[in-house]
Design a protein around this ligand. Structure first.
Ligand code: NDP
Length: 322
């Protein structure tokens, strides 16, 4: 029996990383392509998943036996704050259409993607899979967060009523090739890579917003890709799994900026604008459940992953999302 794996959001940061891993890991290995597998990486131009008819058509075309659902309206803090209803509604529509089409087409396995933004604002740290619904999310992104939380609720309901094998992943901050490098609306690493590149090119200072002290867990998109492949093939439970490096691998924003300066080869003036808000000092997530299930998963060292990401950006500047 052949296995058809549909990756929604297959053209984004995480989708491209899954494609890379499937093509570059040895065939037949834990994360490589298996002989009976056909992988489909769908873009929004092929099917706008906010629309049930287009979603159904995509499923009819490919008849996926397995789905990794990454497609989402994604954005930085500013966009999330400004368009709360849009983030809520569009993500609810996308998720409902994908989950229901997966049910109707008897998809054997569906792994959807949440985010650590779903966690309550006031919560005990480290974050664990058990406290997703224990209080309201931060008000800045409550639209996106509630839409994503609802996927976990739907997964349980589809399992209880219809026995569906649906589950979800909760990644921490992702970075890597094919990121969104928009200066206004990107995450911290791609935003700083782009800023540092421009500072070098224009011989202007490289100014990092905030004190540089906050700590974050960053996961390299190609490591995350392997974990999605693991979850699709080896994890059969509805409860979500946090996909992250360990709490002992938090990196400060200053360490991120230092590594970017080195990778870009920037030698000009480099400062921190301490008048800009820092955000939360740290919000560690536990990867204990993940490690207990995967065994010996090896994460790429942060600097190595960052160097690869910067190299990709420099080589692909003309085609990157900037
Ligand atoms: P990107 O912004 O890089 O990619 C988003 C993908 O979703 C693109 O392939 C895009 O297609 C697709 N998409 C968006 N809207 C629609 C639509 N209406 N119909 C069909 N496809 C659509 O996102 P990431 O790769 O960063 O994110 C992937 C998943 O990971 C998301 O669910 C996100 O919430 C989650 N996540 C991301 C984190 C991060 O740090 N980046 C952290 C935690 C979770 P196209 O480009 O063709 O328009």
């Amino acid at each position: 029996m052949s296995t058809v794996i549909l990756v929604t959001g297959g053209t984004g940061l995480v989708g491209k990383a899954i494609e890379y891993v499937i093509e570059n890991e040895p065939a037949g290995s834990r994360f490589g392509k298996r002989p009976n597998e056909k992988w489909i990486f769908a873009s929004s131009s092929e099917a706008d998943l906010r629309d049930p008819a287009q979603t159904r058509k995509l499923y009819e075309k490919y008849q996926p036996t397995h789905v990794i659902h990454l497609a989402a309206l994604v954005g930085g803090l500013f966009k999330n704050m400004k368009y709360k209803l849009t983030f809520l509604r569009e993500n609810i529509l996308i998720n409902d259409n994908v989950l229901h089409a997966s049910y109707e087409h008897k998809t054997q396995k569906l792994v959807s993607c949440l985010s650590t933004c779903v966690f309550p604002d006031k919560v005990e740290y480290p974050l664990t899979e058990l406290n997703i619904h224990n209080g309201p999310p931060h008000e800045s992104n409550f639209g996106y967060a509630h839409a994503k939380r609802m996927v976990d609720v739907q997964n349980h309901a589809y399992k209880e009523e219809f026995g569906c094998n649906f589950t979800s992943a909760i990644p921490t901050n992702v970075f890597g090739p094919h990121d969104n490098y928009d200066l206004e609306d990107s995450h911290v690493i791609p935003g700083l890579i782009h800023k540092c590149y421009l500072a070098k090119k224009n011989k202007t200072p490289f100014v990092v917003s905030g004190t540089g002290k906050p700590l974050r867990q960053f996961i390299y998109s190609r490591d995350l890709a392997k974990l999605f492949i693991w979850q699709l093939r080896e994890y059969d439970d509805v409860e979500p799994v946090i996909l992250s490096v360990g709490e002992d691998e938090e990196v400060s924003i200053k360490e991120v900026a230092d590594a970017i300066v080195k990778a870009v080869g920037f030698q000009g003036s480099y400062t921190f604008d301490t008048s800009r808000a820092d955000g939360q000092y740290r919000k560690p997530a536990s990867n204990k459940k993940l490690l207990s299930l995967t065994g010996d998963f090896k994460f790429t060292p942060f600097e190595e992953a960052l160097n690869e990401s910067v190299k990709w950006f420099l080589e692909n500047y003309n085609n990157a999302r900037i």
